[in-house]
Design a protein around this ligand. Structure first.
Ligand code: RUB
Length: 320
């Protein structure tokens, strides 16, 4: 798919969810590298950098997106000719896509170990990593039941209940504000992540922090299912994750908003859950307490400290 087409689909949320966004960006860079007709290595590099910047600028919160782009674009590093650069970018894009799919499978396997026979699980939003854990537990024959939230304003909960239904998992569909009313019926909360910071805070769909706070108050464990490429390297140097604020029309129809001049609609798409409300983060490398997030950034993302300051210059304001 062409870069601009992919970028539009990510912006409009036709392609959504942190893992899918990351793979779509890698695919777009691969296809672009195949199609681009550059006169020399420098022109090829510049063309690829423009494409990378366009993709990274689509949605600011899911760190999987710049991490995927960074991984693919590192293929330009040592290449001496356009052909070498092309081959390297394509190879790295394929590697990212395959390892991302593999990571989601591994998380399902590891996450399912933390689900017991008879557990009632609550999930919020639509996360393929979180759903993978539940579907794998069900496949292993564990009797589970799920509470899935609606997820205003974009209703990602509708996608979640369809997936759970198709898997044959008994599911209760609730509005977001009903979480506290049902939390005492729940044994475990499992959600996904758009970003994990160095101090173990998790950025995920708006409302996740309320869910986690409620769970913590009720002494219900909270598990976050997150591939290692959702960990945010630049939080090591103090950078904050930018919370995307989406158009007000997603929350209140423009015709109604027009009649309410004193009302401002706010529509942040994500929020931050502090590490203290999270019991475990399940990655494809194993399950860790949130306080160990730095180890994942250091060991598995392969970032050098110097890079934290220079990478993503194409998107230098992101997260600040
Ligand atoms: C999606 C969302 C998901 C994470 C993880 O938000 O918050 O929980 O992206 O999903 P949006 P996954 O719908 O705004 O993209 O595990 O599929 O990567």
């Amino acid at each position: 798919m062409f870069v601009t087409e992919t970028a539009e689909k990510i912006k409009s949320m036709e392609i959504r969810g942190a893992g899918r966004i990351a793979r779509a960006a890698a695919e777009a860079l691969r296809d672009h590298a195949l199609a681009v007709k550059a006169q020399n290595n420098t022109a090829f590099r510049q063309d690829m950098e423009r494409a990378a910047a366009e993709l990274v600028a689509t949605r600011p919160t899911a760190v999987s997106l710049p991490n995927a782009v960074h991984f693919v674009m590192a293929g330009l590093g040592a290449a001496k000719t356009t052909e070498e650069a092309q081959v390297s970018v394509i190879r790295r894009a394929e590697e990212f896509i395959n390892s991302s799919r593999h990571a989601v499978e591994k998380i399902a396997e590891f996450g399912a170990r933390h689900i017991r026979d008879g557990d009632v699980i609550l999930t919020h939003c639509n996360s393929e990593a979180a759903l993978g854990c539940m579907i794998e537990a069900h496949r292993q024959g564990k009797e589970i039941e799920v509470f899935a939230t609606e997820v205003r304003p974009r209703n990602q909960g509708h996608i979640t209940i369809r997936t759970l239904n198709d898997a044959g998992i008994r599911t209760n569909f609730i509005v977001d504000s009903a979480v506290r009313s049902f939390i005492n019926d729940v044994d475990l909360v499992i959600v996904g992540a758009d970003a994990v910071t160095v101090n173990g805070a998790v950025v995920n769909k708006i409302g996740t922090s309320q869910v986690a706070h409620t769970a913590s108050e009720a002494r219900v464990n909270v598990i976050v299912a997150a591939e290692t490429y959702k960990f945010a390297p630049r939080t090591v140097v103090g950078e904050l994750i930018q919370i995307e604020e989406r158009p007000p029309g997603e929350v209140l129809a423009d015709e109604i908003a027009k009649t309410l001049p004193h009302v401002t609609v706010r529509n942040p798409a994500f929020d931050v859950t502090p590490a203290e409300f999270i019991d475990l983060i399940v990655t494809e490398q194993g399950a860790i307490p949130p306080q160990m997030a730095y180890v994942i950034i250091r060991e598995y993302l392969g970032w050098e400290i110097g890079e934290f300051h220079t990478a993503f210059d194409m998107n230098a304001n992101n997260g600040e």
